[in-house]
Design a protein. Sequence first.
Length: 241
Amino acid sequence: MNRKPATWPLDRRTFLQGAAVLAGTALLSHRLGSSATAAEPLSEVFSLPPLPYAEDALAPHISSDTVRFHYGKHHKGYIDKLNQAIQGTSFVGLPLPEIIKQSAGRNEFRGIFNNAAQVWNHTFYWQSLKPKSGPPEDRMAQKIVTQFGGIEPFKKEFAAAAGNQFGSGWAWLAQSGDGSLSIVTTANAENPLTRDLIPLFTLDVWEHAYYLDYQNRRGDYLTACLDHLINWEFAAANLIR
Ligand code: MN
């Protein structure tokens, strides 16, 4: 089966196909399995998409050491485990959001769900950040003001929610179908896709995201990201209304 590789960064249409409809183009490019031979059916596997910036581009707020391990070991590890887990199953060849949707909440597919969702979450996380970001503009800024009373109250509320997420997980700014924004936290690999919410940006609050740079000070990591690294253009491009 031929599948058009998604480009990096994801364009708005590709993202919406994935997030809103949970269908459409795979978020990660596929390539043919290197072990496939003419005698075997061809298998498709996921590969690690390139980072949208250099490993040291987020420093000093997130160090190149953190990015190198987080991207090169953790993110890649989820991809490798996902490829192993789906081998020989009916999930082979499905777009990533479809794998997430079909495995969510099903105990027998927990390993597949965890790795598929972590692959998706990390790809989304790298795009949610950018070096030397500015404040949100125009439509996005107006929505933040309307929903949270301003950018500073928003950042405070987001940091509090993300800081209070017990254990490993993620914090998200998300949009509902009615257009309203909300701050959502999810545990472990969970994400808003399975809650009919549109993610706008995310911050990873697993310890591996910040421990090398901040040790136990999750709040300092969150503040640094919110003040310096949020890719508001990406968040705005994800708005559905
Ligand atoms: Mn992570």
